[in-house]
Ligand binder design. Structure first.
Ligand SMILES: NC(=O)c1ccc[n+]([C@@H]2O[C@H](COP(=O)([O-])OP(=O)(O)OC[C@H]3O[C@@H](n4cnc5c(N)ncnc54)[C@H](OP(=O)(O)O)[C@@H]3O)[C@@H](O)[C@H]2O)c1
Length: 334
């Protein structure tokens, strides 16, 4: 067994964002349901969050990744409120992420139209963002979030505006509104999600103040879906990359991959632990989600071993070629 943890270096439990805010490396994913279609397709099932988030708090998770569209913020807020009331937790113990501005969802996902909107279908984009933020904070029962992300760079279909620059302008408007919310204290840090290099470059041109650049880009990354070019770009800009669907949502047969299984056996760890260790050793943060208490503990126990350079490269090699995704490809967003 290889127990040389020195290779990874640094603090693997937290990262410091460019605005000085400290963010835990692992946050518990709060999207529940089956949007990949492994079973009879059900879309989001927020009711599963009650038990899972409660167990996750018991298991020691203090960072939670949510979004307006998941429909779980009232549940998370209620469960946190119980712990605030008992004195078991204070607000400062937690790192809460939300995501706003999710466009009308692909037809196979059952998200309420009240939780999604296409920028070209609302009269006042900035006001819609402000209103959604009020609803999110009300549901969470919090005065601020630790991290606010723009959920998607734009609509999945063709936008109806005749102006080809509209999607870019809409992103800039949403981003300026996020800056305003951060300035008012509603979010300690702001970032983006599902942004490609193209979307990031445009945003950095449109809002050139370095201190206003995104702190985080949350994107789909797992051993079957890699994007080294995007990660390199984010690194040069000081933007932390967070891997969503770090286990490929349990789909694509990834957790049964023979390369991962062999590495797991060599270390006496589970495939889940190997995958999470690969994420953090690669310098990204990750959002593991599970409904099972034993896996919640397992997914946090990744500090007592390290992957060798050969093992890191072998896992990297699984993601060469076309990415196998569980969510839509954001490069199709204009
Ligand atoms: N920004 C975005 O657009 C976006 C999109 C998708 C997801 N996300 C975020 O990313 C989070 C995680 O993504 P995800 O929910 O799609 O899935 P995920 O975390 O990649 O995978 C969850 C699946 O893996 C299984 N699992 C968890 N730990 C395991 C372990 N140690 N060994 C074996 N299997 C394990 C779970 O099964 P059990 O429950 O049976 O353990 C579940 O089926 C979401 O909850 C959300 O917060 C963001």
């Amino acid at each position: 067994m290889n127990d040389d943890t020195s290779k990874a270096g640094g603090d693997l439990r937290a990262v410091t964002l460019h605005n000085g805010v400290t963010m835990p490396t692992l946050a518990f994913g709060c999207a529940f349901g089956d949007w990949v279609g492994r079973t009879d397709f059900q879309g989001f099932l927020p009711e599963q969050a009650w038990r899972a988030v409660s167990l996750a708090l018991d298991s020691g998770y203090r960072a939670f990744d949510g979004a307006r569209v998941y429909g779980t913020e009232r549940i998370v807020g209620t469960l946190l409120g119980q712990r605030f009331a008992s004195g078991a937790l204070t607000r400062e113990d937690l790192f809460i992420t939300t995501k706003l501005a999710h466009p009308a969802a692909p037809p196979h996902i059952n998200i309420s139209h009240k939780r999604t909107w296409d920028p070209d279908k609302v009269d006042d984009i900035a006001q819609r963002v402000r209103d959604d933020m009020v609803d999110t904070l009300d549901d969470l029962g919090l005065g601020y979030v630790d991290l606010l992300l723009m959920h998607w760079p734009g609509g999945f279909g063709q936008h109806t505006s005749p102006d080809p620059d509209f999607p870019r302008q809409a992103r800039a408007t949403i981003w300026r509104t996020f800056c305003e919310l951060a300035d008012k204290g509603a979010a300690r840090a702001i970032g983006v999600s599902n942004f490609t290099v193209h979307h990031l470059r445009q945003l950095l041109e449109d809002i050139p103040e370095p201190e206003r650049r995104p702190t985080v880009n949350q994107v789909e990354i797992h051993p079957y879906c890699r994007n080294p070019e995007l990660e390199d770009f984010c690194r040069t800009q000081g933007i932390v990359v967070t891997a969503y669907a770090p286990f490929a949502s349990g789909a694509l047969g990834m957790l049964q991959d023979p390369t991962l299984t062999a590495i797991a056996e060599r270390h006496g760890k589970t495939v889940g632990q190997i995958v999470l260790r690969w994420h953090v050793q690669s310098g990204r943060t990750a959002l593991p989600k599970t409904s099972k208490a034993e896996r919640m503990a397992e997914n946090q126990a990744i500090d007592d071993f390290a992957l060798s350079d050969d093992e890191m490269q072998a896992i990297d090699a699984l993601g060469t070629g076309e990415a196998r995704r569980t969510c839509p490809d954001p490069s199709f967003v204009a």
